[in-house]
Design a protein around this ligand. Structure first.
Ligand code: NAD
Length: 216
């Protein structure tokens, strides 16, 4: 698989290169410009929202699928990804860790049973993270079906911790996901890229990528 990488010089860019070591890096894009060594068959973007229009242009230029993990995207940018999905396969997720996706599915499934409990979300990330709350906290909040308070901590080198706390007068239920290393996100992006290269045009979540793997 020939892949392209937006945010190639970043921390996740480095993780993607390691996870995609069996594949060929054909295109890179970062603030210092682009490199091209054959058209990519899939484009992977872990950068910043400022790169978004260049990413969408590149996906259109190469007419290739896009896997995008960049967080802090606006509602307009997410809508633009849906439009791009009419032409090519687009997999978008604010979190490419399998465990977070399973947590999201559990929260959604059991949300009605927690209707009369309080719920709050807390997330902790490394001190270089630009957006807050994290994209993952936003997707977990959506899965609870409630506009619950969300708290952000920025400390040291933590790759990403998310905790959903439910409580009523007599009980506390705490659900925590911890990423032990950034490599889990890159391995998830690899799964998504392998899915996207042969998928029909459309807008896909990482949940759909994982569910598709389970059906095979
Ligand atoms: P980083 O700051 O180390 O890397 C970002 C890269 O994007 C840098 O190399 C930067 O130069 C580049 N960039 C910035 N503006 C650009 C522009 N206009 N054009 C081209 N390149 C540009 O950050 P990181 O830790 O690698 O994280 C990158 C993104 O991935 C963030 O949005 C982060 O929140 C997100 N992330 C997502 C997941 C997930 O699973 N979805 C997991 C981890 C991180």
């Amino acid at each position: 698989m020939r892949y392209g990488l937006v945010g190639a010089a970043g921390r996740m860019g480095g993780e993607i290169r390691k996870a995609f070591a069996a594949h060929e890096l054909a295109f890179t894009l970062d603030v210092d410009g682009e490199t091209l060594d054959g058209a990519p068959q899939v484009l992977v973007d872990f950068s910043l929202p400022a790169a978004f229009s260049a990413t969408v242009s590149a996906a259109r230029r190469f007419a290739c699928p896009l896997v995008i993990g960049t967080t802090g995207l606006s509602a307009e940018q997410l809508a633009e990804l849906r439009t791009l999905g009419e032409q090519v396969a687009v997999v978008q997720s604010f979190n490419f860790a399998t465990g977070v996706t399973l947590l999201k599915m559990m929260l959604r499934e059991f949300a009605p049973l927690f209707a009369d409990w309080d719920v709050e979300i807390s997330e902790t990330h490394h001190n270089k993270k630009k957006d807050a709350p994290s994209g993952t906290a936003i997707l977990l909040r959506e899965a609870t079906g409630r506009d619950c308070p969300t708290h952000s901590l920025r400390l040291g080198g933590i790759p990403g911790d998310h905790t959903v706390i439910y409580a009523n007068e007599g009980e506390v239920l705490t659900l925590t996901h911890r990423a032990l290393s950034r490599s889990v996100f890159a391995l998830g992006a690899l799964k998504a890229a392998e899915f996207a290269v042969s998928a029909a045009p459309g807008f896909y979540t990482f949940e759909e990528v994982l569910s598709c793997g389970l059906k095979r």
